[in-house]
Design a protein around this ligand. Structure first.
Ligand code: DAH
Length: 345
């Protein structure tokens, strides 16, 4: 029996030494020391030994087992060390390599314009208000002096959802909302930037676009106030030296109404393809709030007067940044947007 144990030990040591990696080492451990291992089998068979032999064989087996276990443990440590060294070598970082570029977002050109407009009007004491994009016919048209069947409704191709609800065609809808919401009927000075929708789609029109609306109501508001305000607005946005031209026009919610042209900032008024050789570019719709609109909003037109204006923010962005297709503003093409990355840095 003792001989058998020595033999097992010899073979086991050989095999353990030969192990080339942690897996082979573990296989050897299982083979000799595992539950069904050869050395374990001898311990199991001790029952058949004489009482004198038992302690001798028992201690011999334990001795061999300790020896093998120690050996395996040492080799395991060795393998773990090698493994770690290999890993460290593989994962070596070359700190002299150039770093990868950190991707950074940029502010959308339209948001830049909106923020600029808001900053300007807030500095002049205006509030910035919002209204729903899904609007009622009442606020989008009727309360703006455009009753059902009014021919001027054809000026705007609308997306109706039901006969009463539509996607607002103009931020002017917020005029009526603001007047109605102001229960004390105190003076109003607001702008409302926001999304608007019409059934259009070409290089200069998008089915969804952005407008900003302005509304001022107070006692003694005159056309001079409108002209002065729009002059500040246009010059701040498009250039200090520009000339403004107020051209009589028609909007149902203002009387009188004006379209505001600005001298062409590209050619300085000489005539070019941007201004279609006229020297002027139309930028705003505006006018004095129609007495009917004031009345419907709960303001007495004998006491109060006001002015309003509206303009396309997309157009402002296009002029300002030289963008030729409005749809670029809504496609979120990263190659387009990236160009605005460092504009104000
Ligand atoms: N809502 C008009 C449009 O979309 C623009 C406009 C014109 C707004 C005159 C106004 C205004 O407030 O007074 O064409």
């Amino acid at each position: 029996m003792e001989e058998q144990i020595s033999k097992i030990k010899e073979v086991a040591i050989e095999e353990i030494k030969k192990a080339a990696n942690a897996k082979e080492l573990d296989d050897a451990r299982v083979k000799y020391l595992g539950k069904k291992g050869e050395l374990t089998a001898i311990l199991r068979g001790m029952g058949s030994l004489s009482p004198e032999e038992r302690p001798i064989i028992g201690s011999k087996v334990n001795e061999v087992r300790d020896e093998l276990e120690n050996m395996i443990k040492k080799m395991e440590e060795e393998f773990a060390k090698l493994e770690l060294e290999k890993k460290l070598k593989e994962e070596k970082i070359d700190i002299t390599l150039p770093s990868t570029k950190v991707k950074r977002g940029s502010k959308h050109p339209l948001n830049r314009i909106i923020e600029e407009v808001e900053d300007l009007f807030v500095s002049m004491g205006y509030d910035v208000v919002t209204g729903p994009e899904l609007e009622t016919d009442e606020y989008c048209f009727e309360r703006l002096n455009l009753p059902k069947g009014h021919p001027a409704r054809d000026m705007q191709d609308s997306f109706y959802i039901t006969s009463e609800y539509l996607l607002r065609t103009q931020t002017s809808a917020v005029q009526a909302r603001t007047m109605m919401a102001n229960e004390e009927k105190t003076p109003i000075r607001v702008i409302c930037p926001g999304k608007t929708y019409r059934r259009d789609d070409d290089a200069t029109h998008s089915h969804q676009f952005s407008q900003v609306e302005g509304l001022v109501i107070d006692k003694n508001i005159s056309l001079a106030d409108l002209k002065g305000t729009l002059e500040v607005f246009v010059r701040k946005m498009l250039g200090d030296n520009l000339e403004l031209r107020f051209r009589p026009s028609y909007f149902p919610f203002t009387e009188p109404s004006y379209e505001v042209d600005v001298s062409c900032f590209k050619c300085g008024g000489k005539g070019c393809n941007l201004c279609k050789q006229t020297g002027w570019i139309e930028v705003l719709g505006s006018g004095m709030v129609h007495p009917n609109v004031l009345k419907m909003g709960g303001y007495d037109p004998e006491v109060y007067s006001g002015f309003a204006f509206g303009t396309g923010l997309d157009r402002l962005a296009m002029f300002k940044y030289g963008i030729t297709d409005i749809r670029l503003l809504y496609q979120n093409d990263i190659r387009f947007l990236r160009q605005f990355d460092r504009l104000d840095r």
